[in-house]
Write a protein that binds this ligand. Structure first.
Ligand code: ZN
Length: 159
């Protein structure tokens, strides 16, 4: 495993649309491992491949406090959204600030796992927030484009 460099907000790549993963292989699994290591290293709860400079539709999430439940999504597709929730989000690509964003309360998603097998997952709570935040990254959208309020670090506890 290896740490990857996280792209920061002024990098144009963050505004580009990621392409689907064509084949899940050892290189894919290596990338997922590196993304998880990088996410944990920087105390993030989610990371999309584009954030480490790879324009492919992969993301990793772990919303547990001790980092014990990593979830990986390859080529994720939303099946349905339900309800809404509002909370504060941060982003490893946008250091030093957080934003208040409205997200679905529940999102059902279909994706492929690291062995190339399809699965479906029903996500709610923080997992739904993180999932929708990361799905936006795959389409070149940052939370700052959706936020109803932005705060610099020190003004508000990050939610
Ligand atoms: Zn982000």
């Amino acid at each position: 495993m290896a740490l990857r460099t996280v792209r920061i907000v002024n990098d144009d790549i963050l505004h580009k649309v990621s392409r689907p993963v064509v084949q899940v292989n050892d290189k894919t699994r290596q990338l997922l491992d590196d993304m998880l290591e990088t996410m944990y290293h920087y105390n993030g709860v989610g990371l999309a491949a584009v954030q480490v400079g790879i324009l492919r539709r992969l993301l990793v999430i772990d919303v547990t406090e001790n980092g014990t439940n990593p979830v990986e999504f390859i080529n994720p597709e939303v099946i349905s959204h339900k309800g809404s929730q509002t909370g504060w989000e941060g982003c490893l690509s946008i250091p030093g600030q957080s934003g208040k964003v409205v997200r679905p309360a529940v999102t059902v998603v279909r994706a492929i796992n690291r062995f190339g097998q399809p699965f479906e997952m029903r996500c709610n709570g923080q997992l739904a927030v993180a999932l929708n935040h990361e799905l936006d990254h795959l389409d070149g959208v940052l939370y700052t484009q959706r936020a109803v309020e932005i705060r610099r670090q020190g003004e508000e506890e990050d939610g």
